[in-house]
Structure formats: structure tokens, C-alpha cells
Design a protein around this ligand. Sequence first.
Ligand SMILES: *[C@@H]1O[C@H](CO)[C@@H](O)[C@H](O)[C@H]1NC(C)=O
Ligand SMILES: *[C@@H]1O[C@H](CO)[C@@H](O)[C@H](O)[C@H]1NC(C)=O
Length: 412
Amino acid sequence: MGCRLHHPCKRVKISAIVIMQRSFSALLFSVIVAASMSTSWALVTIPLTKLERTGPYLQGSPHADRARASLFKIASDPKTVPASNLAYVQYTTSVGVGSPPTYYNLVIDTGSSNTFVGTGKKYVRTPTSVPTGQNINIVYGTGFINGIEYKDTVTLAPGFVITGQSIGDALKFAKFDGVDGMIGIGPTDLTKGRLSPDTGLTPTLMDNALKQGLIKNDIFGISFAPAKTYNDTNGAITYGGIDHALHTGEITYAPITKTLPAANSWGINVTSLTYGTHTVIPQSTAGIVDTGTAMILLAKDFLARYLDAIPGSHLDIIDTGLVVIPSSSIAHMQPLNFTINGRVFSMDTAAQLIPLNQNTALGGKAGVQYGVISSLDGNSGEGLDFIIGQKFLEKFYVVFDADVNRIGLAYT
Ligand SMILES: *[C@@H]1O[C@H](CO)[C@@H](O)[C@H](O)[C@H]1NC(C)=O
Ligand SMILES: *[C@@H]1O[C@H](CO)[C@@H](O)[C@H](O)[C@H]1NC(C)=O
């Protein structure tokens, strides 16, 4: 069942209320909880690369299509398409629906698995749009959608066209400002209970891409980068494989964790986390990797260790839910090192800080130094003790591999 607000499923709550509202991190939370295990996805690469193109591409104009087409490397291999950072808290990609396609900017969410349009640009029906006779109803940690389900043709990239894809037309919704909907590239099990009448699991975009032979591997790779502007096309998503141009060195894989509820989504164990010589996460702990979460969230007790190690730092619970770091402490900050399957993924001081020009967009005060590490609502030991969100993924390439049930990480 979906994690409805009235449903007694375990919900992950975080203190970063404002951040959650402005990002789709919340999606994640509801989703994680609801799912049962399983991961079956497919692979096609769509660039979320460091392109300077913005508006025209996003609007799906002919120029945009050409720009997008130029990104493809080999027609039948994994496809990379651009992704855009919007408002510093979410990544979107342009997706065509219908034939001829109308292009929508959809949030890329690995923490949920239904795809829908209509929250910005309205759903434009074409002869390929076939109502399934079902309603779609999803309450996310923040926001909700409520609408009608269709099967339609979905164009993820030129020549990369999925037919008969189940998609929602969101008629009522909240908290989807500035975006047209979402692509859910989480495990298929997360579609359970989202449609009524309930027909069981709904094949995701990745499921159909695999079944229809568009991709050979149930893998996708994601490249994010720190946003320089409010709407920055600086990322890429590769469907069906790995775009090796987007990372350096080896990819280190961690198996999907068996610990619930992290195992319901793209969950892994982190072996340890250190800040300088301070231990933040002392032992192997389960959490998730999520494109729909803006920050990096730690269980309260873990966050406390991080804050203790940075003199004068504290959590700004009221306004932003973000950590505030006094300027006197910045020069003394240490690397934050995640050890994942034997390899250290290190975030230097800059990577731990939010650029000051993003403060307003995040609901913060001018001139205050905020950090990217924030808080889950509970203490550790609940089977979901961290969420590795966009601020981590802006530093490292990530591979979501459902063929082998593992997540790969690499330096960029
Ligand atoms: C953290 O990682 C960096 C980069 O690999 C390394 O230079 C540093 O020694 C590590 N710090 C600790 C305390 O392990
Ligand atoms: C993963 O972390 C959980 C705690 O969240 C722990 O119980 C489990 O043993 C860990 N698994 C591995 C393989 O280390």
C-alpha cells in the first residue's frame, strides 16, 4: 500500500521541514516506507550533464530536440539526456508524452515509481492516450497528486520511445510548483496500491524500456553537479547503462541492503562516516541514495556528532531545517568521509557548505552560512539512518543497477 497520510506505515520524518517542502525529498520518505522489496529496473542514459542549455531545451522546442539529439552517442546503446537543477533542490528532465509528443519537465525521483504529468503544463491527449479506467492517488511526504491514469507513448530521448506506458494525469495536486510532474525510477514495488481499481504492480518506465528492447540492462546512471544558477542544466541521466565519460576512475559497488525499510528503495549500507578525526557513523548502517532529496540527511544522533565537531554549529529548526555554521569555524572544517564498501568518498569543506547565493531560495537568511548535512527526525537504529541526496550526488556519479541489485559510486 502507498504510504497515505492516514496509513499507519512507518514514515521517515525529518526536521528539515522547509527543505522538504521545497524539494521532493519528502517523496522519498513516503515511498520508502510503503514499499516491499524488489528492484527491477532498466537502463538507458539520459544526460544530466554539464550543458549550458536551459530554456529552449526544457520547453521541448525543435532547437531543444536537436540539442538533445546531439548528446546521444550510439543509437542503440544506453542513452544519455540532460537534467536540470531547478531552484537548487530538484532535478528535472524533459520527457515527451503522446504522439506527437508534448514535452514536460519532470522531476527525476528514484524514491518513487509512478510517472505523471499535469502539475504544471496540462496533459495534452493525442490518439495514443488511452485511459485505463483507474484513478491515481499518491500522498507524498510533502504534497499529493490525484488524477486519472492513462497508457500513452513516452519519449525519453529521440528514438527512445516507450509505448503503452502507464502515466497519471494529475488533476488535483499540491507542492509541485514549477514542474510538470515526475518520473518515478524507483523499484516497481513502490507502485503498489497507487491505482484504483488496484491491478497490482504497474510497470515503470524502466520495466517497459527493458521489455520493449530499448535497453539491454536494467541500469541507469546519474550525474549531477552543483548548480550555478536557479535553473541550471548541469546533469545527465543515462538509461540502460553507464556513461563512462561522466566519471573518473573505478566504480565502487555496494549491494542493495537487506535492512528494512531502506531495502524498499535504493538502499545501501555505509560502513562508516567520519568528520576529520571524529566518528559520525561508527558502524555499518543502512540508508538510501535518493535523487529526490536535496540534502544529505543523518539520523539525529549521528548529526549531533557532526555538530559537536564543528564549534558553534547548530540546526536551524525554525526557518530552514539546515545546519548553520559560524564563519569562525569554516576555516577549520575537516573532510567528511563516507566509507562505502571499502572506498572513501570524501566531501571537502566546500562540498559541505551551501553557496550563499542559494540562501534565499532555500528560505534562509542572507549572509548566514548553511551546510548540506541535515537531520532525519529519528535516532539511528530504525533501518534508515541516512539519506544520500543531491548534495552528495553533485560530487559523485551514481549507478543504479537493478540487474545485480547494487548501487555504484565513482568520483567525477
Ligand atoms: C578523508 O578522505 C580524504 C580523501 O580521501 C583523505 O585525504 C583523508 O585522509 C581522509 N580523512 C580521514 C580522517 O580518514
Ligand atoms: C546494514 O546496516 C544495518 C543497520 O542499519 C545492520 O543491521 C546490518 O547488519 C548491516 N548490513 C551489513 C551487511 O553490514
